[in-house]
Design a protein around this ligand. Structure first.
Ligand SMILES: [Zn+2]
Length: 426
């Protein structure tokens, strides 16, 4: 310990001769999710590292003999999960020790990721949660008991921002917000039930997303995204199903490449244990899955088309990893283009997000009505149960009906709504 010089917060280390050739820490982030808490160091070089643990107190020590820290590692305790403290010590001869103080003993994984735009080398420390994460609904008051389960998968997250918009907005955020609005809508109406593969800003591998849907015995799987294109004018929504033979179109080919690369940006350890995806109930077979996925995609597309512009009027197909290996109807929705400045703005607008969520909800309901596995078949889309926080403007966006029509048909004397109140949708 004596050969280390303790770096006090706010102290900057001056570069000296002995540090030439050493790598530098150029960035630092923590992403806290239900199955792991991830620490990411951006590094200028690929450097050796060693990990050790001390049991009392619970400490994880990371020794990096060829690394120099230029600025202190600051972090927000409210999003650091089990990490209570981080101390750094720099030795005089070069070499950095990072000590993580943890509130419990945890399994860990440490690995280096090769450079990938926009990152240089990244050293990842994953602290793995002990218990199997449970699916969560966005808000408890929107809980539904309906047996028909829709797993909604907000694309990207954590170190993987997805498409970056014209004004710098992230696809990962738009995808999460639309997914949460859709889940709330589904659960508040009680005809189906929805859970999300991720509920905050952290990364989940593509295979883990699929594994989650299978563990939960989902009836349908919906992955939510927002597009990027080289052409700024490209706009509108599209819906994709899995193609085993490769992409049906150039757009599909390009998109699948981009979306499948999410694991590289999000950071997945090569060769890490992945859930066994082959052992699924394949009694229904791939033909059934493709046929049903196409039906579901068609129902979603037709509702999206009534609510806004479509990029492609037909169901597209491409080889998306996230649609493979689930043997249930599975689709990927590109809700619009982040790279189109006016669409980027809309995709970040609350009411527009509600419009898309509403279109997806109505599409899901239409599909459920045709699915023999759906216990609530035959339900019409004529009633809306008011939930906490609802307004006529919001219901109008979701259900694609004017505020005036809602007032008229329901003979509303005022615009004040009461949770639990059932409105007729004209
Ligand atoms: Zn995406």
């Amino acid at each position: 310990m004596s050969r280390f010089v303790l770096l006090l917060t706010g102290t900057f280390l001056l570069m000296s001769e002995s540090f030439s050739g050493a790598g530098l820490v150029s960035g630092f982030r923590i992403w806290h999710g239900p199955d792991r808490t991830r620490v990411v160091f951006d590094l200028t070089n690929d450097v050796p590292y060693e990990v050790s643990v001390s049991e009392l107190p619970n400490q994880l020590n990371l020794d990096l003999p060829d690394l120099v820290l230029m600025t202190p590692l600051t972090f927000d305790r409210s999003v650091s999960g089990p990490i209570e403290s981080i101390k750094t010590e720099q030795s005089e001869s070069g070499g950095l020790r990072v000590v993580f103080g943890l509130n419990e003993e945890l399994e860990y994984q440490v690995f280096m990721l090769a450079p990938r735009e926009p990152y240089a080398f990244r050293l990842v420390v994953d602290l793995l949660a002990k218990i199997e994460p449970r699916p969560t609904v966005p808000l408890p008051e929107f809980e539904s008991n309906a047996p028909y389960l829709v797993v909604i998968d907000p694309g990207h997250g954590g170190d993987d921002p997805g498409a970056i918009g014209a004004s710098g907005k992230y696809e990962k955020k738009v995808a999460l917000q639309i997914s949460q609005r859709l889940a709330e809508l589904i659960n508040s109406q009680g005809k189906m039930r929805a859970v999300l593969t991720r509920t905050n800003d952290y990364y989940i591998s593509l295979r883990d997303r699929v594994g989650f849907a299978m563990r939960e015995r989902a009836d349908v799987f919906l992955s939510i995204h927002a597009d990027a294109a080289k052409r700024k004018g490209a706009s509108g929504a599209s819906v994709f199903i899995l193609s085993e033979k490769g992409a049906g179109s150039e757009l599909g080919k390009w998109l699948a490449q981009r979306e499948n690369a999410a694991d590289l940006a999000g950071g997945v350890k090569i060769g890490a244990h992945e859930p066994d995806l082959q052992k699924t109930l394949l009694d229904m077979g791939i033909d059934w899955k493709v046929k049903e996925s196409r039906k579901l995609a068609g129902a979603l597309l037709s509702q999206l088309g009534e609510s806004g512009p479509l990029h492609s009027a037909d169901v597209e197909s491409a080889a998306f990893v996230v649609l493979k290996a689930v043997d249930i109807p599975a689709v990927l929705v590109e809700t619009g283009f982040m790279t189109n400045p006016s669409e980027e703005k809309k995709l970040n607008d609350r009411l527009f997000q509600e419009k898309i969520a509403g279109a997806l909800y109505r599409g899901l309901l239409a599909y459920c009505n045709t699915d023999v596995r759906c216990p609530n078949r035959g339900i019409q889309n004529q009633h809306y149960r008011v939930a906490e926080g609802d307004s006529l403007a919001l219901i109008s966006a979701r259900m694609k009906v004017s505020v005036d029509a809602l007032r008229r048909v329901n003979q509303l004397q005022s615009d004040r709504l009461v949770p639990g109140q059932v409105l007729t949708i004209p």
